[in-house]
Design a protein around this ligand. Structure first.
Ligand code: HEM
Length: 447
């Protein structure tokens, strides 16, 4: 069968191959084995096809050219706001992914200073005592590493974003944020008392009430945490952020940052337990740097091997497997004509395994990102764990720095194994996380 994208003239939407499975089957495969479902349909239909993974028809465009076309080249054709609204429009109101065009540009510009190098350096400094204390206290047997790293990343986020350190406050925020995130992925989005979505709406209101006095206080006394930075921000046209806008942005950033970094850390533990030779290599490198008493702000750049390990983990276990858009207008791509107002998906998880770009794609091989091989440079849009174009993850450098430093600090203290690792599986959507629990057995690193 000729692959659809090689045909140049089929222009009717009816010609786009459609998954022949039932709606229920699409839904089931989407939630239980997303990557396998995508690869199977790729074998059957090629790089362009449609299915109904969440009941509605959506079009999948696979490959680096599709990523470039949808995310980068045609920002006016594709709306992030229309795509994300359904999931996060209310609970994460006003967040950057809920904005398009000039409105998005304005808010992105206002948020950008809080993600610059200088700000990131001060966040690392704020977070260091929490990292040291938390990692040192991990018990030998950890029943679930995902729970453990979520706790760590939450503590860091609350300190760095809101300046919160008190145990009692941490617990309250943890509870509220968990409830809001649960509401955003709940299937039933009706505010009926007692259901997840209703609890999420109430949790959001409570979060807002907690954050209002924090913003007021930061306006009077500037601080280095992110909420403090947003209180001071002013762009070249004189725009600033109101109290409500700051709170909306912070709640969104918290959601965007927390699960994604915790997911990557859990996957890193998994890959390094499967490939213990890399634990040894990282250890040698970390011990050398530690002996030089390198300050935390200088660590990320010097931890080059750790960076490669994080990149390779993000390739194999990309937290967001699929990126959602809705077409604003009809458009042509790959020889087909697509309708307006339709869900259009591109798929980092698929590109990250394409043999065109990656040698032995299923192998954990951090050196593929090193200067000698630089496989990720074969195409600028084949490696996209952080998306691309106007909505490229604003927290990319934040995430890369923090993940690298946390890995360094863990490696300095612990070696680890995962019992029965060959039986461990990951749930892939809405975010890549271990299925069930992922227990880790630590062994203190001596010397
Ligand atoms: C490994 C960790 C992370 C991954 C894999 C990741 C991935 C992504 C992806 C794929 C997008 C684009 C979604 C789209 O285009 O629809 C995105 C957007 C975003 N991320 Fe991240 N993210 C991570 C960590 C973070 C962190 C730590 C922060 C904040 C501190 C953050 C803040 C944001 C924001 C604000 C956006 C929206 C950007 C915009 O719409 O202009 N992310 N992220």
């Amino acid at each position: 069968m000729s692959k659809p994208q090689e045909r140049a003239t089929d222009s009717s939407v009816d010609k786009i191959p459609m998954s022949q499975t039932t709606v229920i089957r699409d839904l089931y495969e989407f939630y239980t084995g997303f990557e396998a479902a995508v690869h199977r349909r790729h074998r059957l239909y090629g790089k362009i096809w449609s299915w109904r993974p969440v009941l509605k028809r959506s079009y999948m465009l696979l490959g680096a050219e599709a990523n470039q076309f949808v995310l980068v080249q045609n920002p006016k054709l594709f709306s992030a706001k229309k795509a994300w609204e359904e999931f996060i429009g209310v609970l994460f109101r006003g967040g950057l992914l809920n904005r398009d065009g000039p409105d998005h540009r304005k808010f992105r510009r206002l948020l950008t200073p809080a993600f610059r190098q200088e700000a990131l350096d001060s966040y690392l400094e704020l977070a260091e005592p929490i990292m040291n204390q938390s990692i040192a206290s991990w018990p030998r047997e950890c029943p679930d590493i995902y729970g453990r790293v979520k706790e760590l990343t939450l503590q860091i986020a609350l300190r760095v974003f809101f300046g919160i350190t008190l145990e009692k406050e941490l617990k309250t925020y943890n509870q509220l944020i968990t409830e809001v995130v649960a509401g955003s992925i709940a299937v039933v989005k009706t505010p009926i008392i007692g259901v997840t979505y209703h609890k999420a709406l109430r949790a959001r209101e409570q979060l807002i009430r907690l954050l209002q006095p924090v913003v007021k206080q930061r306006r009077q006394t500037p601080t280095k945490d992110m909420i403090g930075q947003l209180c001071q921000v002013i762009d070249e046209e004189g725009h600033t952020l109101s109290d409500d806008e700051i709170i909306d942005q912070m709640i969104f950033v918290m959601m965007a940052a927390h699960d994604t970094t915790a997911s990557t850390l859990a996957s890193t533990f998994y890959e390094l337990a499967k490939n213990p030779q890399y634990q040894k290599l990282l250890e040698t490198h970390s011990v050398e740097l530690d002996a030089k008493k390198t300050i935390i702000q200088d660590l990320p750049e010097q931890l080059d091997l750790h960076q490669l390990v994080i990149k390779e983990t993000l390739r194999l276990h990309t937290p967001l497997k699929v990126i959602l858009r809705v077409s604003n207008e009809g458009f042509q791509f790959g020889g087909y004509e697509f309708p307006a107002n339709q869900p259009i998906n591109v798929c980092p998880a698929f590109c990250h395994y394409m043999p065109e770009y990656w040698t032995d794609p299923y192998r954990f091989d951090p050196a593929r990102f090193g200067p000698e091989r630089a496989e990720h440079k074969k195409s600028p849009y084949a490696f996209i764990p952080f998306g691309g174009g106007l909505h490229l993850c604003l927290g990319q450098f934040f995430a890369e720095k923090f993940l690298t430093v946390i890995l360094h600090k863990v490696i300095l203290r612990h070696r680890w194994q995962i019992p029965a690792i060959e039986t461990r599986k990951f749930q892939q959507v809405p975010i890549n996380v271990p299925k069930g629990v992922l227990p880790v057995v630590f062994e203190p690193r001596l010397g």
